[in-house]
Design a protein around this ligand. Structure first.
Ligand SMILES: NC(=O)c1ccc[n+]([C@@H]2O[C@H](COP(=O)([O-])OP(=O)(O)OC[C@H]3O[C@@H](n4cnc5c(N)ncnc54)[C@H](O)[C@@H]3O)[C@@H](O)[C@H]2O)c1
Length: 349
């Protein structure tokens, strides 16, 4: 169990945990619960619902990013009303990052806030989305525009759930794991290099996920509302969001993060002490993990324009998060336009 001193909730990583959610909820002082699940993980959610001493109702929803909307949120509110959820009811959400963001936001706002327990079933959710208390749905104007900061009462990551996750979805989480390794330093990076060539079935998932959770949980505990240090988690993301947008989302977020990390490294070499050797290690690791290093054919000026409208823009200026060395990452860096252009050019041809 990971309990960051400044984080109000525990994050439990391991195996055989789905069957223990009822006991964990009881330990945290919660009795009655309802379980809301992504339909794709209904089998896992059934085990969660069965873990409560009292009969616990389960509702499933067909999800996916295209369903992370106000309309689906309304369906979830409707289910909570039908299930007669009230302030004394614990909402347990089961699924990937979409489920966590959507059910978490529903719980945070239904009757002005019900307690929420997040059972993360995708790699993205386990190493990233479930940690940090951000909840949201997408609006036509953009992703995650309607949301709230709302801490869960606990996060559960049962690594056996990954056995049913398609390999492509595992790969979606690997870019964030590389990012966390750059933030954490040489030992974490070497561990990922060591496992990169092995088939996923052999990976020590619990150990690796715990290490990732510690990186993110440590940062968000020190900066829960994203006023400073939390920006470090955007390493590679200013580039990634622009690549994603300019590809009209043909490039998935996970793959965009991989290309974005390479681009941020190219820029970091021009800007500071980030060495060719460190950059080559990042590139080799991304390659070994089967992640892309470039997305060919994007319009460079389009990517640069997309970057300028990125919400991480501050005071009209683009600022970047860049590594100086493994384990030494800084935010708020202003770069010459030529440096940004070169990084984008090299990652789009
Ligand atoms: N709140 C945050 O801080 C934060 C951080 C990162 C990402 N996110 C959000 O997370 C979302 C992406 O998360 P995601 O990649 O988990 O997407 P997702 O929830 O859509 O899951 C990906 C796919 O895997 C399926 N799935 C999940 N777990 C499974 C399992 N164990 N077995 C079989 N199939 C399974 C889902 O049904 C879906 O088809 C985005 O909406 C993003 O905005 C939020």
């Amino acid at each position: 169990m990971i309990q960051e001193p400044q984080l109000a909730y525990p994050i439990v990583v391991g195996t055989e945990l789905l069957e223990g959610v009822g006991a964990l909820a009881a330990q945290r002082g919660h009795g009655r619960a309802v379980v809301l699940s992504d339909a794709n993980v209904e089998a896992h959610a059934r085990r969660v619902a069965a873990s409560f001493d009292t009969p616990t109702l389960l509702r499933t929803f067909g999800l996916g990013e295209e369903r992370k909307t106000l309309a689906t949120l309304a369906e979830v509110y409707g289910a909570l009303a039908e299930l007669e959820a009230d302030r004394g009811t614990l909402v347990v959400g089961v699924g990937g990052g979409v489920a966590g963001d959507l059910f978490g936001f529903a719980a945070a706002t239904y009757m002005r806030g019900l307690p929420f327990l997040n059972v993360a079933t995708s790699l993205v959710a386990m190493v990233d989305a479930a940690i940090g208390g951000k909840t949201a749905v997408d609006l036509p104007a953009g992703k995650n525009l309607a949301g709230a900061f709302a801490d869960p009462v606990a996060v559960v990551a049962d690594v056996r759930a990954l056995e049913t996750l398609p390999a492509g979805q595992i790969r979606e989480g690997l870019g964030e794991m590389v990012k966390h390794a750059v933030l954490a330093g040489a030992a974490a990076f070497e561990q990922l290099e060591h496992w990169a060539a092995a088939p996923f079935e052999r990976w020590p998932w619990a150990e690796l996920i715990e290490r990732n959770v510690r990186v993110k949980a440590g940062i968000v505990a020190r900066d829960p509302l994203e006023r400073g240090e939390r920006a470090l988690l955007n390493l590679g993301h200013t580039f990634a969001h622009a690549f994603e947008r300019e590809s009209h989302y043909a490039l998935s977020h996970g793959n965009a993060v991989a290309v974005g990390l390479r681009a941020a490294g190219i820029a970091a070499q021009r800007w500071g002490p980030w060495t060719e050797r460190d950059q080559q290690r990042v590139v080799a690791l991304l390659r070994a993990l089967g992640l892309p290093l470039a997305y060919h054919g994007l319009d460079v000026d389009g990517v640069l324009a997309a970057m300028r409208v990125d919400k991480k823009r501050r005071e009209g200026r683009l600022r970047f998060v860049l590594a100086r060395a493994l384990g030494d990452v800084v935010s708020g860096v202003e770069l010459d336009d030529a440096v940004v252009r070169e990084a984008v050019e090299r990652c789009t041809r």
